[in-house]
Design a protein. Structure first.
Ligand code: RM4
Ligand code: MN
Length: 387
């Protein structure tokens, strides 16, 4: 196994983008709980993201969701973020909360509704120009509930047409990332259910169109690290939405349900060149904190990514490659597991302190009084949430 001292430089390249919606209230279809200290404005969400960065040094950018994060002056929001030490990251579109989209948005049979969905993406691109963000992330809630309800093939054709129109509107330094999800809210078929469909659609657009892999959007038992390896091999992995799932799209803290899976994914990310200064892959979180406190929930999340990344970097690739060449099944597996079983927490704490960060960001946050402060200050107004 490699020594911790050998990976510290590589480790310092880690940047995890946090989602603005993680700081707002969220829930299930049964209940959305309010919680003290929840942001009332987009500025307060950005301030919470900046707090996560301040305690960890790991979260220099925050993703926005349009229209949830609409403000009058995005230039001012950008400056406000920069003053707090963070950037505006990916812009997420939303075509899932408007009655017009009940039967589809980009795939709808009515050209007027398709145009409305395209115009919404144009608006998102305007926001990208104002905020300096690189990526437009598209997740489509489109699909059907009953066999026969829609023409599966015609919907793919309309999807292609809509995506092309949106793609053509992007500037040369902007990218489109298309997320997939195997079911929900549609139950019979989804128009972009898997990485293959996302790949087919983005490959038809051009070089700056890529796939977004949300770790919660697969059937149980799916080998996600294989998808990571394949997309990196094809040069089409644009970004991750990290989270954990037990059953469906649970959006729990990344690494909470299955840290070993997170390790396996990060091993492939590193192996495939998806990490570090030479890579454009965006590592984002897409999570909700329904019952736990949101800022420390995000701190825990970025620390989990850092911990599993450290283990992935510790993997002795040369020894592994040699064992693989030899066909030594058990030795190869042992080398792989050795890095996973390494407890890197003390080394990471020390490494953080050397960089002027708290060794234990979770305890430091609790001890800082910040949570009490925002709970006292943020009274009145409407707490941010979905929609
Ligand atoms: C979707 C998908 C998107 C996220 C929305 C809120 O399931 O994961 O990435 O923006 O939820
Ligand atoms: Mn997602």
């Amino acid at each position: 196994m490699r020594a911790f001292a050998d990976i510290t430089e590589a480790l310092s390249a880690l940047a995890v983008e946090v989602p603005s919606w993680a700081y707002g209230n969220s829930g299930t279809r049964f209940k959305v709980f309010g919680s003290p200290g929840t942001p009332r404005t987009v500025e307060e969400k950005v301030a919470d993201a900046a707090t996560v960065h301040r305690f960890t040094g790991l979260a220099p950018s925050v993703a926005l969701h349009i229209p949830w994060d609409l403000v009058d002056d995005f230039g001012a929001l950008r400056r406000n973020a920069e003053d707090l030490g963070v950037r505006i990251g990916t812009i997420n579109s939303n075509t899932f909360q408007d009655d017009d989209y009940k039967l589809g948005a980009l795939t709808h049979t009515d050209p007027k509704i398709r145009q409305k969905a395209i115009d919404h993406h144009f608006e998102c691109i305007d926001v990208m120009h104002a905020t300096g963000s690189r990526d437009l992330k598209i997740w489509l809630a489109e699909g059907t509930n009953y066999p026969g309800q829609g023409d599966l093939r015609a919907r793919q054709d309309r999807l292609h047409e809509g995506l092309s129109t949106i793609y053509d509107r992007l500037a040369d330094d902007q990218r489109l990332v298309l997320e997939y999800k195997f079911f929900e809210p549609a139950f019979y078929h989804t128009d972009v259910p898997d990485w293959g469909t996302s790949y087919v659609q983005v490959a038809a657009l051009g070089e700056r169109a890529m796939v977004c892999l949300d770790t919660g959007h697969h059937a149980p038992g799916t080998n996600i690290e294989f998808i990571v390896a394949q997309l990196l091999r094809l040069g089409k992995l644009g970004s991750f939405d990290f989270n954990s799932r037990f059953y469906a799209d649970d959006d729990l803290i990344v690494g909470a349900a299955d840290p070993y899976q997170l390790y396996r994914i990060l091993v492939e990310v590193v192996r495939g060149g998806g990490y570090g200064p030479g890579s454009d892959v965006a590592l984002m979180l897409d999570q909700c904190h329904n019952i736990e406190k949101k800022i420390p929930g995000q701190i825990r999340s970025v620390l989990n990514v850092q911990e599993m990344l450290a283990r992935a970097l510790l993997l002795d690739r040369e020894a592994l490659a040699a064992a693989q060449e030899e066909g030594d099944v058990l030795l190869a597996n042992e080398i792989f597991m050795d890095a996973f079983y390494t407890d890197v927490r003390a080394d990471l704490a020390h490494w953080r302190e050397e960089r002027g960060l708290p060794g234990d960001p979770m305890r430091a946050y609790v001890g800082s009084g910040h949570q009490e402060r925002i709970e006292d200050e943020r009274v009145g107004g409407t707490q941010a949430g979905w929609g």
